[in-house]
Design a protein around this ligand. Structure first.
Ligand SMILES: [Zn+2]
Length: 269
């Protein structure tokens, strides 16, 4: 499997996708989407691997969903990198216990947080510090949903992220629209903050991000299955590549190298 762009092939990782089962289908008709479905779609899109976390479901602690993430990664170890999803509203001790289980026992590779669906403030130290502490201890990145809500503003997230410089923080969707400029600003100010490309769709904003922070701090992501993989791939591989004049080195970074470097962030010089 490899992604072909302008006659070159790239090992390609999607840094943002979802797996799981829900009782009710989402707006897109998706109620069950598991590893076999994801791998089939990765094959169709020419991607090697996807970072996946549970589908959103308010009012749950994601314990069942996180177990499924571990099982699906075990079935497809070369194709799926599973993150756990944590709902901080269950309290600091519950978050610490859940993360000990997910990162220590289940060996999940990162943490997904959604301040809007789970409805919490990402700068609320009491709820958030156990999560950053676990990420630090297990050397894993945290990916936040950003945009569409003031709770998910990159500026609010950066307040605590700036205090945990040894924890890589990915701003999923790079703020979507109204928060893209702020996402670019906090990524420029903080070595540990990275931007992920899914959902944001207005070319001037995408170009502002690529020019503003550079390709060393941008990760390709799709938000599949909410968004079709090919749509999100082509946005970057065809349109941004041409408009921002990305070269082979840039594409290698955006489609895999940047994400892989986050998994060994503590080894950086
Ligand atoms: Zn998502």
């Amino acid at each position: 499997m490899a992604l072909r762009i302008n006659d070159s092939e790239y090992y390609a990782i999607d840094a943002h996708s979802h797996l799981g089962r829900r009782k009710t289908p989402l707006g897109h008709g998706v109620a069950s989407f598991l590893g076999d479905d994801l791998v089939r779609n990765l094959d169709e899109a020419g991607l090697d691997c996807a970072v996946a976390f549970p589908l959103g479901a308010s009012y749950t602690d994601y314990s069942e969903a996180n177990q499924i993430m571990a099982e699906e990664m075990a079935k497809h170890p070369k194709r799926i990198i599973s993150f756990c999803r944590i709902n901080p509203n269950f309290g600091p001790q519950a978050s610490a216990d859940a993360l000990e289980h997910c990162l220590g026992n289940l060996k999940l590779k990162g943490i997904k947080l959604h301040p809007e669906i789970e409805f919490f403030d990402p700068n609320e130290a009491e709820l958030m510090e156990p999560i950053y502490a676990a990420a630090r201890r297990y050397h894993v990145p945290i990916i936040f949903h950003t945009g569409m809500s003031s709770k998910a503003s990159p500026g609010v997230i950066a307040e605590l992220a700036a205090k945990y410089k040894d924890v890589p923080v990915i701003l999923g969707h790079m703020g979507v629209s109204e928060y893209v400029k702020l996402a670019v600003a906090v990524a420029r100010q903080n070595e540990n903050i990275f931007l992920e490309t899914s959902v944001v769709g207005w070319m001037p904003l995408l170009l502002e991000a690529f020019r503003g922070v550079g390709t060393s701090k941008i990760l390709f992501g799709s938000d599949h299955p909410y968004n079709p993989l090919s749509m999100e791939v082509e946005k970057i591989s065809r349109h941004v590549t041409r408009a921002a004049k990305l070269n082979q080195e840039d594409l290698k970074k955006v489609f895999s190298a940047n994400f892989l470097s986050l998994l060994k962030w503590e080894q950086r010089v």
